[in-house]
Design a protein around this ligand. Structure first.
Ligand code: DQQ
Length: 601
C-alpha cells in the first residue's frame, strides 16, 4: 500500500515515467573477464544503426530476392539511388553480399529502371534457385505506360560468386497486365516453386477491377510463358490490396530446421502464407495446408471465415512491413527479413541522408503447438557481443527500478527471464480489451501501476529518465485464464514532439500459470528497439529518436516493475554489441572488386 501511495503522489507531479528507485546494490553483477573495450562508436550520426542492415545512404524499403548462393548470402532491396525518399526517383534493386548475414559489402545496383518494361521503377520481387543451381529473379516493373507487369532477370555470369550483373531479356514482360486487374495493383511476385506436375508456380498480388484483393497463381514450364490459374490462391473482399505474398513450407511442430519447396513433401506438411496489407501497413501470416494439385491454400484456423488476413497472426506487432523469407541452404533454416521505416518526419530523414532499416535477420520455425511461428535473431548476431554483464538471482520489488550498468545502452543485446511468484493480483480484462492489444498498451502504459506487471525494460533512457522507451509485460485474468500482454511504448521515447510515438502491443501465447516465467530479449541499436517476448512468440520492433543521443548524452538501461507484487529475475545477461561492417567504406569482403561510388575496397 505504501508503494501504491508513493506512486500515486509521484504520478501527480512527474513528467516522465514515475517509478520508485530501489537500490541497485540489491543486484550482483558479474563482469566478463574477457570484456572487450573496443569502441562501439557509431560514426554515422546518433540515429544511424550499427548492426541493422542499411545501404550507405539514401532510401531503402522492401527486402527483395534474399538468397544463399554458392556459399554467400545476397540481399537485394528497394533502393532510391537519388535521395532519402521513396518518391523522388524510380526505384532500383540495391545489392549487398555477406558471408554471415551480419557484415555486408555493397555492390552496384543489381537492376536499374532502364528498359521499357520497368522504366518507371524496378519494384519488389523474389529470387528462385533453379534445379541446376542458377538463380533467377521475378520482379515487378512499372512500364512506360505506368502499368505494373512482371519481368524476369538472370545473372550475366552465374559463375561470378558475387552475381554482380543481371540481364533482363528483351522478351519481358513475361506476365503482362491482365484485363481484369487494376493497372497499378499487380505486383510483387513470390519465390517460385515447382508442383508435382513439374510446372513452376508463382504468387502475384493483384486487385480485381471488381474490388477484391487477391493473390493470383501463374504456372510455367520455362519462366517465360506463364498461364494464370482460374482460382486465386487467396481472395478477400474486406482486406483491401495485399502485397508481397510469401508462401513457404515449415518442418513439423517444434523442429527448428527450415524447408524449401523441393524438400517439402507429403500430405502432412504445413505451409505458411503471409500477406502485407496496404491499408494497415502490417504483415499477417497463417499456418495451413497447401495442395499443389489444386493450388489451394487452406488456413488451419479462419476465425473470421471471410479470408480476412487482418485477423491472422503478426510476425511483428511493431513498425515493420513487406517481410520476405528465404531458405538458407547453408544452415538449413528459414530466415525472415522485414523493412522498418522511419517514424519521424520526412524533412528529418532527408537531412540525415538516409531512410529505412531492415530488421535483424530472424530464424523462423513452427512452434510445438503447430499454430504459430517462433522467431529468433540469427545466431551470427552473437558474434558482435562484447562486455557481458550477468546477474545472479535478483528481485525487482513493487515499484522498483534497477539500472543495468556496464554496457553502453545505445548498442546492446539484453536477455532476461522474469519469474512471477504470485498471479492472484492480476487485473481483470474484459472481452473488448482483448480485441485490441495495441490500445491496451496505450491505456495501461509502463507508468500505470498494475497487479502483475507492468515489468520489463526501460531502454534508450536519458540520465534524467525524461526520455525512455519501455518494453514490458502485464498479466491479466480473463474468463478464468491468464493473458500475457507485451508492449513497447514510445510516448516518452523522445522529447521531440514531431515524432510518431505510438504504443505497440500483442498478446503472448504462453500458459503463464504453468510456466510462471517469461523471457524477454531486446536488441537496441540507436533508433531501433527490437524485442522478442516469450522465446520469440511475440515480437515488436519500434523506431525511437531520443534527443539526448543527439546532444551527446549516453543511453541507459533499466529493469523495472510497476506491479504490486515482487518479480524475480532468474537470469539476466546483457552485452554491448560491436558495430557490424554494414556497407561501410573500406569495410568490405576482401574479394569485392567493384562497388558503388565512394566505397572502394
Ligand atoms: N513496395 C514496392 C511494391 C510493394 C510495396 C514498391 C510494398 O512492389 O508492393 O517500392 O512496400
Amino acid at each position: 500500500m505504501a508503494g501504491h501511495h508513493r506512486l500515486a503522489v509521484c504520478a501527480a507531479v512527474a513528467v516522465h515515467l514515475c517509478l520508485l528507485l530501489s537500490p541497485s546494490s540489491a543486484l550482483r553483477w558479474l563482469s566478463d573477464p574477457k570484456a572487450d573495450s573496443t569502441s562501439t562508436t557509431n560514426s554515422h550520426g546518433s540515429f544511424r544503426t550499427a548492426y541493422h542492415f542499411q545501404p550507405t545512404e539514401n532510401w531503402q524499403n522492401d527486402p527483395n530476392g534474399p538468397m544463399y548462393y554458392n556459399g554467400k548470402y545476397h540481399f537485394f532491396y528497394q533502393y532510391n539511388p537519388f535521395g532519402a525518399t521513396w518518391g523522388n526517383g524510380n526505384l532500383s534493386w540495391g545489392h549487398s553480399v555477406s558471408d554471415d548475414l551480419v557484415n555486408w559489402s555493397a555492390l552496384d545496383n543489381a537492376m536499374d529502371p532502364d528498359s521499357s518494361f520497368d522504366i518507371n521503377g524496378v519494384w519488389s520481387g523474389s529470387a528462385t534457385i533453379l534445379p541446376d543451381g542458377t538463380p533467377v529473379f521475378l520482379y515487378t516493373g512499372i512500364d512506360a505506360d505506368n502499368n505494373q507487369v512482371q519481368n524476369v532477370a538472370f545473372p550475366k555470369n552465374a559463375s561470378d560468386p558475387l552475381l554482380r550483373e543481371w540481364v533482363k531479356p528483351s522478351y519481358n514482360p513475361v506476365i503482362p497486365l491482365p484485363d481484369d486487374i487494376v493497372h497499378d495493383n499487380f505486383r510483387d511476385p513470390s519465390t517460385a516453386w515447382r508442383g508435382a506436375d513439374g510446372l513452376w508456380r508463382v504468387a502475384v498480388s493483384a486487385k480485381f477491377k471488381t474490388g477484391a484483393g487477391t493473390t493470383l497463381i501463374y504456372k510455367s514450364k520455362d519462366f517465360r510463358s506463364w498461364e494464370r490459374n482460374a482460382e486465386p490462391l487467396y481472395e478477400s473482399w474486406v482486406a483491401g490490396m495485399v502485397e508481397c505474398p510469401d508462401l513457404f513450407p515449415v518442418a513439423e511442430p517444434g523442429a527448428e530446421n527450415g524447408l524449401d519447396f523441393a524438400s517439402a513433401n507429403g500430405a502432412g506438411v504445413r505451409y505458411v502464407l503471409k500477406q502485407s496489407v496496404m491499408e494497415t501497413l502490417s504483415d499477417y501470416y497463417v499456418v495451413g495446408r497447401y495442395d499443389d494439385a489444386s493450388d489451394n491454400f487452406t488456413p488451419a484456423e479462419d476465425a473470421a471465415g471471410d479470408n480476412d488476413c487482418r485477423t491472422w497472426q503478426r510476425f511483428d506487432y511493431g513498425h515493420v512491413y513487406a517481410s520476405k523469407s528465404f531458405y538458407d541452404a547453408g544452415k538449413k533454416r528459414r530466415v525472415l527479413w522485414s523493412w522498418a521505416n522511419e517514424s519521424d518526419p520526412e524533412p528529418n530523414y532527408i537531412a540525415r541522408g538516409w531512410s529505412g532499416v531492415q530488421t535483424v535477420p530472424r530464424k523462423i520455425w513452427l512452434a510445438s503447438d503447430g499454430k504459430q511461428l517462433l522467431q529468433w535473431p540469427i545466431e551470427e548476431i552473437e558474434s558482435l557481443r562484447k562486455n557481458r554483464v550477468g546477474l545472479l538471482g535478483a528481485e525487482v520489488n513493487a515499484g522498483g527500478m534497477n539500472e543495468i550498468i556496464g554496457v553502453a545502452g545505445a548498442q546492446a543485446d539484453v536477455e532476461v527471464v522474469f519469474e512471477i511468484p504470485a498471479l492472484e493480483h492480476a487485473e481483470n480484462l474484459d472481452t473488448n480489451q482483448l480485441l485490441d492489444p495495441q490500445r491496451l498498451c496505450g491505456e495501461k502504459g509502463a507508468s500505470v501501476q498494475g497487479g502483475v506487471g507492468p515489468f520489463g525494460l526501460l531502454v534508450l533512457a536519458s540520465s534524467d529518465l525524461q526520455e525512455h522507451t519501455s518494453v514490458f509485460f502485464r498479466v491479466f485474468r480473463h474468463d478464468g485464464k491468464y493473458k500475457v500482454l507485451m508492449c513497447t511504448e514510445l510516448r516518452r521515447s523522445t522529447t521531440r514532439a514531431d515524432v510518431y510515438k505510438p504504443p505497440y502491443g500483442g498478446f503472448v501465447d504462453i500458459d503463464i500459470e504453468k510456466t510462471r516465467s517469461i523471457s524477454l530479449r531486446t536488441l537496441i541499436d540507436h533508433s531501433v528497439v527490437e524485442s522478442y517476448g516469450g522465446g520469440g512468440r511475440t515480437v515488436i520492433t519500434a523506431r525511437a529518436y531520443p534527443e539526448h543521443a543527439q546532444t551527446g548524452g549516453s543511453s541507459h538501461l533499466y529493469m523495472f516493475n510497476n506491479g504490486t507484487g515482487v518479480v524475480k529475475v532468474s537470469k539476466l545477461e546483457a552485452w554491448e554489441l560491436k558495430a557490424a561492417t554494414v556497407n561501410v567504406a573500406g569495410g568490405g569482403l576482401a574479394m569485392v572488386g567493384s562497388a558503388r561510388g565512394g566505397e572502394v575496397y
